[in-house]
Design a protein around this ligand. Structure first.
Ligand SMILES: [Zn+2]
Length: 282
């Protein structure tokens, strides 16, 4: 059974955020008020130790997480062979309200998504929850940044997902690795920046320097290291540039794709929307 606790996340950072800035709507369906606005909750299925809970609070304090509408699930089971690849990942952020729910999901996650209590789900695998502090913090921060990106602009999020699905299938100059995708690089730069504040610069810089083995990860970390985490990174501009740079290849790929999301993603509309960078972006 899941132990579902209302996380005492209501620190100043949380109280400060205006609900209307993030969740300006109620959705009415068949005469029923759909909430999407239950108080932001952590579903701690793994049972974090106190030390980890404190670490989580410290990470949360670096974000303006909405007071309502977000659920963070800390998983206790492994889904590395699960038929839906979403749950085979180390962690994921999903906008359930706009992006819809994942129909093929473990029962407890399906129940949570169908509840319509939360608009956004962040899920950390058992592997992520059991990783050492610095890795756990990195993964959690990375996903919280994806949430932040989505709150700034769902188009940015969708563009990131589109690039994630397609970059490996076109000819491009850049290495085909995670950090070639601006939304991923931005999430990793944020994890690096927040990690420095939580653990100290030296520890986290060493972590970043000690690139993981494997060619892909090595190349990906090289891209990361070529940036200064404390300098602003233009995730909107870089996403737009990448979409424009390879748009003829993307459009060709879209014609052949049977994946509805890939086939219907409107590149021109996305580029036009990405030109309008919201003032709230940090
Ligand atoms: Zn990511």
């Amino acid at each position: 059974m899941s132990s579902r606790c209302s996380w005492s996340v209501r620190t100043e950072a949380f109280v400060d955020c205006t609900l209307d800035r993030y969740l300006p709507f109620h959705v009415i369906q068949k005469g029923t008020m759909v909430v999407w606005k239950a108080v932001t909750t952590v579903v701690d299925r793994i049972g974090l130790c106190e030390h980890r809970q404190i670490l989580m609070h410290r990470i949360h304090s670096h974000f303006n997480i909405p007071y309502t509408g977000v659920v963070i699930v800390l998983e206790k089971e492994d889904y590395q062979t699960y038929h839906n690849h979403v749950w085979r990942q180390t962690a994921v952020h999903l906008n359930i309200q706009v992006g819809g729910l994942e129909e093929m999901s473990p029962e407890h996650l399906l129940t949570l998504m169908r509840s319509q209590d939360y608009s956004n789900l962040i899920w950390l695998s058992k592997q992520a929850c059991e990783a050492r502090d610095i890795c756990f913090a990195w993964i959690l921060t990375h996903e919280l940044r994806h949430l932040e990106q989505d709150l700034w602009s769902h188009t940015l999020s969708r563009a990131g997902r589109f690039l994630n699905c397609t970059l490996g299938r076109i000819n491009m100059e850049e290495p085909q690795v995670q950090n070639a995708i601006p939304t991923e690089l931005d999430a990793n730069l944020c994890a690096w920046r927040v990690g420095r504040r939580v653990f100290g610069a030296e520890i986290v810089d060493t972590h970043v320097q000690n690139a993981p083995v494997g060619d892909n990860s090595k190349q990906s970390f090289q891209i990361l290291r070529s940036h200064d985490p404390d300098k602003a990174y233009d995730v909107f501009g870089c996403t737009k540039s990448l979409l424009q740079k390879y748009q003829s290849q993307f459009k060709e790929l879209q014609k052949q794709s049977e994946d509805k999301f890939i086939a219907t993603f409107d590149i021109d509309k996305a580029c036009s929307e990405l030109s309008r960078r919201p003032n709230s972006v940090q």
